[in-house]
Design a protein. Structure first.
Length: 431
């Protein structure tokens, strides 16, 4: 492109300068009128090339939004009217683990909220139907830094985003739950998942909400509180043999009572073994051992003598000891007995009821009741005879197997006396 210099513009500009300045310009540059006219021409060329005029031959000038030289991006260049707010504020310290985290949007709707800890674990949450708020579905862990990123859109679809980070409190007082059964164990069909807490819980709903139980195959599992420090979970009926149970304890950060926070974050898994339920008849003095509903062995027994009868009801084996000491003083019977080497002992109640081998009862088995409330099976001192009924039953039993006692003159065992919640109706259990 050729552009002719307009010398008049150059002369007018020079004429407007003071005379002293004109002299100085001649001395410095040594340029005459022709040089100044060429500079003006170049400036005019630059203005013409950047103008995006219709005679430029260009179909996509700078500043064109649609490739046709028209400016159609005016609306898009405006900021979104949506405003995102995150609580707690960025950089906050000692944030409470419950109730403090909230994300809101004004003049728009939330479309995305992501909350992660330093390990990248995401906190589940839910955006309200109107898009105005997001709240977490669970509590936060203690002593943890979290990153929050939230996006909202206004009515025109324009996005606004905010990010923040904060750190939760470090509790001065904590609690844990001692649990049974052990992780990785195989247990009987009557085994509940039982937690005993080190501190009394005054916020039971929050604690129970933080415990997730999944089963394969799926079955409804409900929790029941015994007092304020024990929580047991079980299905309506005995577990189905082969069921796999996974428990997630997300107690870290749960405020179990004012100022007292959980510190456990643990997954526990266990498997239900074969179905074994043994029925003790205190009148017939027999125990029928059943697998999958079929009797596989009938064993003569002795149960509690008059005045010291064995509990009736469904009892779950909670401990197994090859040899243990039994002292009457520990269960309120003074010095009536102190046997240091009781073989093949299996605990049925917290109060001291065992099913165990017995080498001192002579001919009582199957003939008369002679114990202080325990269920006795013939055995030998030291437990060396594997064919003795006490040894056989011990070796064929799992923690979590059920022993049912009937026709005893005592009342039914309390549901919280051992792992014996099966003696409570499903309706009461859920209530």
């Amino acid at each position: 492109m050729n552009v002719r210099p307009i010398s008049g513009a150059s002369v007018d500009a020079r004429a407007s300068e003071p005379e002293g300045r004109r002299r100085t310009s001649r001395k410095r540059g040594g340029r005459g009128r022709k040089g100044r006219a060429l500079v003006a021409g170049v400036l005019l060329l630059a203005v013409t090339a950047c103008g995006g005029g219709s005679d430029s031959g260009s179909g996509s000038g700078a500043g064109s939004a649609d490739g046709k030289g028209k400016r159609s991006a005016t609306a898009q260049s405006k900021q979104s009217e949506a405003a995102v707010a995150i609580a707690p504020k960025d950089g906050a310290k000692s944030v409470d683990t419950s109730g403090a985290l909230k994300v809101t949007a004004a003049r728009g709707k939330l479309t995305e909220v992501v909350v992660k800890d330093a390990k990248g674990t995401e906190i589940a949450g839910e955006i309200s139907k109107d898009g105005a708020t997001w709240t977490p579905s669970t509590h936060l862990a203690a002593s943890t830094k979290y990153q929050v990123h939230a996006v909202a859109k206004d009515s025109a679809g324009r996005e606004a985003a905010e990010s923040a980070s904060f750190t939760t409190l470090t509790p001065q007082n904590t609690f844990i739950g001692y649990f049974t059964p052990e992780d990785g164990s195989t247990v009987g069909v009557g085994m509940p998942f039982s937690l005993n807490f080190t501190r009394g819980i005054t916020n039971p709903e929050q604690v129970e909400k933080a415990i997730e139980i999944r089963t394969e195959p799926a079955v409804e599992v409900e929790g029941h509180w015994f007092g304020n420090d024990r929580l047991d979970f079980r299905p309506e009926k005995y577990w189905k043999a082969g069921t796999k149970v996974t428990v997630k304890l997300n107690l870290n950060g749960v405020e179990g009572r004012p100022g007292v926070y959980g510190e456990q974050a643990k997954t526990v898994s266990f498997t239900i073994g074969r179905n074994q339920v043994s029925v003790v008849d205190a009148k017939k003095l027999t125990m029928k051992v059943m697998r999958d509903g079929k009797v596989i062995k009938t064993i003569p027994v002795t149960t509690g003598k008059p005045g010291m009868e064995t509990w009736n009801g469904q009892m779950v084996i909670s401990e197994k000891h090859v040899v243990t000491r039994m002292n009457g003083e520990t269960v309120g019977y003074g010095g009536e007995y102190d046997i240091k080497d009781v073989p093949h002992a299996m605990r049925l109640t917290t109060s001291g009821t065992f099913l165990h081998g017995n080498y001192w009862a002579g001919g009582a088995f199957g003939n008369y009741n002679a114990s202080h409330g325990c269920i006795g099976l013939r055995d030998v001192r030291g437990g060396w005879d594997k064919d003795a009924p006490g040894a056989w039953f011990f070796n064929n039993s799992l923690i979590g197997d059920v022993v049912v006692v009937k026709n005893s003159n005592d009342r039914t065992v309390a549901p919280n006396n051992g792992l014996n919640g099966w003696n409570m109706s499903w309706e009461k259990w859920k209530a």
